[in-house]
Design a protein around this ligand. Structure first.
Ligand code: CU
Length: 474
C-alpha cells in the first residue's frame, strides 16, 4: 500500500506533520505519543489495492452485520465492509478514487459522496444512476479535487439505511495542512433503540415531522468512548454529523476550538470559538489544544438546542470524555497559520432565485408534507442554469422548524442571513437554515453539467418531499 496514505490511525503522530505548511517550531518527535484514536475510537482505513500512489482503489460492500456500539451491546445493522462507520477513505487532493461497490443488502442502495466534486454520473443520487440492486455491483470512479473532510452514505431510503449504519468518512489532504500532534475523524450520530434493544423501526407522525433523534449518543459508532489527550497537545478533529436530525451544538469546558476548515476545505482565517454547531450533514475541521490539567477528564457536551416545534435537545448530554495523561504538559504550539484565500463571488447584476422551504400536515392522509416552492419531490420544477453562470439563491424558510440545506456537486458561499452580511467567507455544501430565516447563497457551477439534488438534510424531510433538482446545462 502506498506509504503516503496511511497517516492517521496506525502511525505515530510524528508522521502526521510531514508535508505540512506550518513548519514545526520544535522537533515533532518530542511531541509524539500513543495514537489517541488507536483504541475505542478507531476507524479502519479503506484498503488501497492500487500500487499507483495517485490512485486509491478500494472494495466496498454494503451488507448486514452486527454493530457493537458499546462493549457487549450489539444491534443488527447495515454496514460498509462490516463496520460502523464504514472504512475511512483517505486520499490526497487530485487523486483518483475507484470504488468497487457491491450491494449485499436485500434492498437497492447507492453511494453519495457528500461534498466531493464528482461528475454528475458518480453522485449516487436518484438522477445519477438507477439504484444498485441487491447482489449487483457498481464502479464509482472520480477524482477528489479538494482537500477537506467529506463523507459517504446512501441516497436511497436514507432514514433507514443511514440510521442503521451506512456512512463513512472521507479525508482528503492537501499540500498545506495545519500542524497538529495527532488527528482523526469524529463521526457523530445517535441511536434510537426499541424495547428489544434493537434499532427502533420507523416511528410515528411526530418522528416523521421532527426527524429521528436517538437517545444513545455515538462517536465513531460507539457510545461511552474516551479520547486520550495530553496537556499541551494539539489534536485535530475532523467532525462529521451523520445523524438523521440531531443538531450538534458542542462545547468542551475549559477548552476552545479553533476552526480551520468547513465543508469545502480550509477557512481563510482560523477562528477560535467556545462552541461549535454542526447541522445534519455538516463538517467542521477544528484544532483542540490540550489546555486541561494532567489527569483531568473533561467531557465534550452536546448543549441544548431548540430547532422548532419542540424538537431538539432540552438538556445537555455527554458525548465524549477526554482523559488527560498524567504526563507533564507539552509546550503549547503557535496559533495556526492562515488557510486558503477565498475570493468572494461577484454577484452584481444577478437576479436571485427564491427557494422556499415549508411544511404542513395532510390530516386526511395522516402524513406530513415537506415542500420546496409549494411542491414536493419529485414534482418540484427543476432550476435550470448553465456551466459558469453565477447563481444567487434566496433560501427562505417559511416554517418554524429549521431545515439544514444541502446542495450536491458545488460549494457555495453564504452571502447574508436576513439581509445581514455573513461575517466569514467559507465554502459550504450544508448549512443551517433557521426557522423563518432568509439566507442568500452564491455559487458558480464548474464544468460538471448534469442533474444535481438540493434538499433538507433531515432524512425524514428528504423522504417526505423536501428535495429538488438543479439542472446544469453544458
Ligand atoms: Cu427539513
Amino acid at each position: 500500500m502506498p506509504p503516503n496514505r496511511r497517516l492517521s490511525w496506525t502511525l505515530p503522530a510524528v508522521l502526521i506533520a510531514v508535508g505540512c505548511g506550518d513548519a514545526p517550531a520544535t522537533p515533532a518527535v518530542t511531541r509524539s505519543g500513543p495514537d489517541p484514536w488507536a483504541a475505542a475510537l478507531r476507524v479502519a482505513t479503506a484498503v488501497d489495492r492500487n500500487p499507483d500512489p495517485r490512485v486509491v482503489e478500494i472494495d466496498l460492500e454494503a451488507r448486514f452485520g452486527e454493530w457493537e456500539y458499546a462493549p457487549g451491546r450489539r444491534v443488527r445493522a447495515m454496514t460498509y465492509n462490516g463496520s460502523v462507520p464504514g472504512p475511512t477513505i483517505e486520499a490526497r487532493a487530485g487523486d483518483t478514487v475507484v470504488v468497487h461497490f457491491t450491494n449485499r443488502l436485500d434492498q437497492p442502495t447507492t453511494i453519495h459522496w457528500h461534498g466531493v466534486r464528482v461528475p454528475a454520473a458518480m453522485d449516487g443520487s436518484p438522477h445519477s444512476q438507477p439504484p444498485v440492486a441487491p447482489g449487483a455491483s457498481f464502479e464509482y470512479r472520480f477524482t477528489v479535487p479538494d482537500a477537506g473532510t467529506f463523507w459517504y452514505h446512501p441516497h436511497v431510503a436514507e432514514s433507514v439505511q443511514m440510521e442503521r449504519g451506512l456512512y463513512g468518512a472521507i479525508v482528503v489532504r492537501g499540500d498545506r495542512e495545519p500542524r497538529a500532534d495527532v488527528e482523526g475523524v469524529l463521526v457523530l450520530d445517535d441511536l434510537l433503540l426499541g424495547a428489544d434493544g434493537q434499532i427502533a423501526p420507523t416511528g410515528d407522525l411526530v418522528e416523521q415531522h421532527n426527524g429521528r433523534e436517538g437517545t444513545v449518543p455515538l462517536v465513531n459508532g460507539r457510545a461511552g468512548a474516551e479520547l486520550p489527550i495530553r496537556a499541551g497537545q494539539r489534536q485535530r478533529w475532523r467532525l462529521v454529523n451523520a445523524g438523521s436530525a440531531r443538531f450538534y451544538r458542542l462545547a468542551l469546558p475549559g477548552h476552545r476550538f479553533t476552526v480551520v476548515g468547513t465543508d469545502g476545505g480550509p477557512v481563510e482565517t482560523p477562528r477560535a470559538s467556545d462552541e461549535l454547531l454542526l447541522v445534519p450533514g455538516d463538517r467542521l475541521d477544528v484544532l483542540v489544544d490540550g489546555t486541561g490539567a494532567p489527569g483531568s477528564t473533561p467531557v465534550l457536551q452536546v448543549l441544548p438546542y431548540a430547532r422548532g416545534h419542540g424538537a431538539g435537545l432540552t438538556e445537555a448530554v455527554d458525548l465524549l470524555r477526554l482523559r488527560y495523561a498524567a504526563d507533564p504538559a507539552l509546550p503549547a504550539l503557535d496559533p495556526p497559520a492562515a488557510g486558503a484565500r477565498i475570493e468572494p463571488l461577484a454577484t452584481d447584476g444577478v437576479t436571485p432565485r427564491t427557494v422556499t422551504f415549508d411544511e404542513h400536515i395532510d390530516r386526511d392522509a395522516e402524513r406530513v408534507v415537506f415542500t420546496i416552492n409549494d411542491r414536493s419531490y419529485p414534482d418540484v420544477p427543476d432550476i435550470v442554469t448553465r456551466v459558469g453562470a453565477t447563481e444567487v439563491w434566496d433560501l427562505v424558510n417559511a416554517s418554524e422548524m429549521e431545515h439544514p440545506f444541502h446542495l450536491h456537486g458545488f460549494f457555495f458561499q453564504v452571502v447574508s442571513r436576513n439581509g445581514l452580511p455573513e461575517g466569514q467567507r467559507s465554502w459550504e455544501d450544508t448549512i443551517q437554515l433557521r426557522g423563518e430565516e432568509r439566507v442568500r447563497i452564491a455559487f458558480r457551477p464548474d464544468a460538471r453539467p448534469g442533474h444535481w439534488m438540493y434538499h433538507c438534510h433531515i432524512l425524514e424531510h428528504v423522504e417526505h418531499g423536501m428535495m429538488a433538482t438543479l439542472r446544469v446545462e453544458p
